[in-house]
Design a protein around this ligand. Structure first.
Ligand code: HXC
Length: 283
């Protein structure tokens, strides 16, 4: 960690989907920097395992099983966190649902399964936290985990793309509306960071996983500590003037697809020599 180890001292951080994957990686990093944690997710046994690991390293960890699609349950969970720690300072909207599929094959329930987690669940958590922070006059910070196809769109993950675009719109909208209440909104758009939950649904074959790496100009996937370092900075007081911003951390992946001539990286030096001879000479 590049930070002083008290960077997040005194902060109570709620992470949705905090028992596994990048949620757990953020929990570990924030805990090492002095944060007290509240982890929620749908599977109690996964949360208990995370709590055991974190508390064995001296990191205070409150857990509660929660389906963020249920607003009443979200609200009750925030009550429980406030009863436990006395307050909540940061909400990390990390929980997501996604899978690849041709869009025409989706049932309405499949659409709902993703959109209700990603868009409604994120909005419910943000709303419940914001209502509290505004009533208490304390302020707070919301970190939203989005994706680069929140602004480009992407085939084969359309419910996720639609929902993540909504989360990005929420980030930018509330950055302005809630700034007078000292509530900050920030977002991270990660590229490929292999985790069991995402990889098993999005890159189910070795070929697809390899193709995902090849798409990245840096020819590698992200390391969890690269994402957690960025997240720790964004939720810290050092980033107090960053509001409504989305930071991409993808090795240049989305720009590789966007730049009109970027596929020319396949042209060999010999082919470039030939191309040069084919160019019109000065007349
Ligand atoms: C087509 C599918 C499907 C699939 C489920 N469904 N998987 N349809 N292809 N692969 C359909 C089901 O048939 C059902 O519809 C409906 O979806 C609901 O399915 P359930 O399993 O009952 O839903 P639920 O238990 O709520 O599970 C939600 C889920 C699941 C999203 C479907 O995958 C999940 O819990 N995921 C959580 C973890 C996760 O997805 N992590 C990856 C996030 S990665 P019918 O009509 O048959 O009843 C991410 C990264 C983005 O977001 C950026 C990447 C670069």
């Amino acid at each position: 960690m590049i930070f002083r180890d008290d960077l997040l001292d005194q902060k109570v951080v709620l992470i949705t989907g905090g028992g596994t994957g990048l949620g757990l990686a953020m929990a570990e990093a924030f805990g090492q920097l002095g944060a007290s944690l509240a982890l929620v997710g749908r599977r109690q046994e996964v949360l208990e395992q995370a709590q055991h690991e974190l508390e064995s390293r001296g990191i205070p960890t409150f857990i509660q099983s929660l389906d963020i699609r249920d607003y009443e349950a979200v609200d009750r969970t925030m009550d429980a966190i406030e009863n436990h720690y006395g307050r909540l300072d940061v909400l990390v909207n990390n929980a997501a649902g996604n899978f690849i599929s041709p869009t025409e094959r989706l049932s309405p329930r499949a659409v709902d399964a993703v959109v209700n987690i990603v868009l409604h669940g994120t909005l419910y958590c943000t709303l419940a936290a914001g209502k509290r922070w505004i009533a208490q006059g304390t302020g707070g910070t919301v970190l939203n985990i989005v994706t680069t196809y929140a602004w480009t769109g992407s085939g084969y993950v359309v419910p996720s793309a639609v929902a993540k675009a909504g989360v990005l719109a929420m980030t930018r909208s509330l950055a302005v509306e809630w700034a007078p209440h000292h509530i900050r909104q920030v977002a991270i758009a990660p590229g490929p960071f292999p985790t069991e939950g995402a990889w098993s649904r999005l890159m189910p074959t070795p070929d697809m996983a390899q193709a995902a790496v090849e798409r990245v100009p840096m020819k590698r996937v992200g390391r969890p500590e690269e994402l957690t370092t960025l997240a720790a900075y964004l939720i810290s007081d050092a980033a107090d003037y960053i509001n409504g911003e989305v930071v991409t951390i993808d090795g240049g992946e989305w720009l590789q697809g966007a730049g009109q001539f970027n596929a020319l990286d396949r042209v060999t030096p010999e082919q470039w020599d030939m191309v040069r001879t084919m160019m019109p000479k000065k007349s």
